[in-house]
Design a protein around this ligand. Structure first.
Ligand code: IMP
Length: 461
């Protein structure tokens, strides 16, 4: 309760926040899934690997009981694949909750918004019978991705000695402009004269930079072109932090949807082979405009194996034969770029690190069914670096490039899991595999996904 007096200081404040932070007891058994991991009205869903973990599916499942779903970082580099009945939807800008009729879907201030992509997606959804009117709000504090950001992203990659392998969606340059205090926010565009002036300055800067990169400065486009694509932004502009706070105060459920994954976080990931935003749960508060004490649960999503798209180390990478097999079984091609994803064994050090960095209350394991036919599975339990075993997830990419995973071998289950709807339906070896993951990553499993469809899930509650 708020107190409007300074007659005394409120001793409730520190213990309140302690209660919120007291995560459920760690469980290391897969005998049942832990419903405590999903309890609470404000839940963050965050990737625990290098993105593409299946966050879209997990958000889609959890969205059933939420009233409001908000993205807090990233932009159109994300590609969340969701199925409604047999129909596939790939969402880049709009939160995955949009397929649940009536739910409000928001883009927080931490997102960089590509209006071309956003409105193409909104129109596509409407054309496929999904009502979006009045259901999408974009923070007026969010920065806009313009064509010159895309041109700069591609020119920088072409000119680089060491390419990051970006998605080419202008994400890095848009975040650079934001921190360089040159960005254009939706709020700027609500005032046409100010918008025109900020856009003009952005283009001038981009033209200079494109020339330095050996690219054509005209690729920056014109002010009129840029403003033409932003024309519909005012109709969706919103105060996202205020909306979320009001929803929580009214007892409603809120889901905060992360994009990319922990190992792609600009601070905590495999720098410099990362995206340009904080993908981890701490950013959920900053990027949506609420305080961290409003968050009750953090669900990490990890694939039952590992994938990576773009450049940078992947310690548990398969040999080429296994790589081709699992890529085929799991349909491992980028949802945004169509690039083949590199595949590897489950890397417990990465996910354990993610559990710590994100303060996970629970974990959702996805794509278990992809492993159904494999005779034998490996899990990396730790890393060895120059003979030294037990090294933690290193700060340097070059060290991660050098580590040798320490593997544990487990028998496969060689039977389908796609129809399992309870832990007891899973083959014994699949349960043993999940149990070992739970032990190694030190976070309770709260959900298991066994196929792309919404119904193909085993959940705690
Ligand atoms: P950017 O975010 O386009 O700048 O790309 C930086 C790195 O993040 C590259 O390795 C991309 O492949 C990777 N990346 C960005 N978004 C995603 C995603 O949604 N899934 C997987 N990888 C991503």
């Amino acid at each position: 309760m708020r107190r409007g007096t300074i007659a005394h200081l409120d001793p409730a404040a520190p213990s309140d926040s302690t209660v919120r932070r007291s995560f459920p007891e760690k469980r290391t058994t897969i005998a049942h899934l832990d419903p405590a991991a999903l309890r609470g009205s404000c839940t963050v869903v965050v990737g625990c690997q290098w993105g593409d973990e299946g966050k879209g599916k997990v958000v889609d499942v959890l969205a059933e009981r939420a009233d409001l779903i908000a993205r807090y970082q990233g932009g159109a580099n994300a590609g969340h694949t969701v199925y409604q009945r047999e129909e596939q939807f790939i969402l880049h800008q709009v939160p995955s909750g949009i397929l649940h009729p009536g739910k409000r879907c928001l883009l927080g201030n931490g997102v960089v918004v590509d209006p071309v992509q956003l409105f193409a997606e909104i129109d596509n959804l409407a054309g496929r019978g999904i009502e979006t009117r009045g259901r999408i709000g974009v923070s007026a504090r969010a920065h806009v991705v313009f064509p010159w950001h895309v041109a700069l992203d591609n020119a920088a990659e072409r000119a680089a000695r060491r390419r990051i392998g970006t998605t080419g969606r202008g994400i890095g340059p848009a975040y650079e402009a934001k921190t360089g205090r040159r960005g254009v926010r939706i709020a700027d565009l609500l005032d046409p004269a100010r918008g025109r002036e900020r856009v003009g300055r952005g283009i001038e800067w981009a033209r200079r930079r494109l020339r330095e990169l050996g690219a054509d400065p005209d690729d920056a486009g014109t002010i009129d072109d840029a403003l033409a694509v932003t024309g519909r932004l005012p109709e969706v502009a919103a105060d996202v932090g205020e909306e979320i706070a009001a929803a929580l105060a009214g007892g409603k459920g809120v889901l905060l949807e992360g994009a990319q994954g922990t190992a792609l976080d600009v601070d905590h990931g495999t720098y410099p082979f990362v995206t340009s935003s904080n993908t981890t749960a701490g950013a959920a508060a900053v990027g949506s405009g609420i305080g961290p004490t409003a968050i009750d649960a953090v669900v990490g999503v990890a694939k039952a194996y590992t994938t990576r798209v773009g450049n940078g180390p992947l310690p548990t990478a398969f040999d080429s034969e296994m790589d081709a097999l699992v890529r085929d079984l799991g349909g491992e091609f980028g949802a945004t770029t169509g690039r083949p994803r590199r595949c590897g064994w489950f890397d417990a050090p990465v996910v354990r690190y993610a559990a710590r960095v994100n303060g996970l209350t629970g974990i959702a394991i996805t794509k278990l069914d992809v492993l159904d036919t494999l005779p034998e599975l490996r899990i990396a339990t730790g890393y060895r670096l120059r003979g030294d075993a037990g090294v933690p997830f290193p700060a340097c990419s070059w060290q991660l490039q050098e580590v040798e995973p320490i593997y544990e071998v487990l028998p496969g289950w060689r039977s389908p899991t796609t129809e399992a709807r309870a832990v007891a339906d899973l083959p014994r070896n699949a349960r043993a595999y999940l149990h070992r993951i739970e032990e190694l990553v030190e976070a309770p499993i709260a959900m298991i996904s066994v196929g792309a469809r919404r119904s193909q899930v085993i959940r705690a509650d």
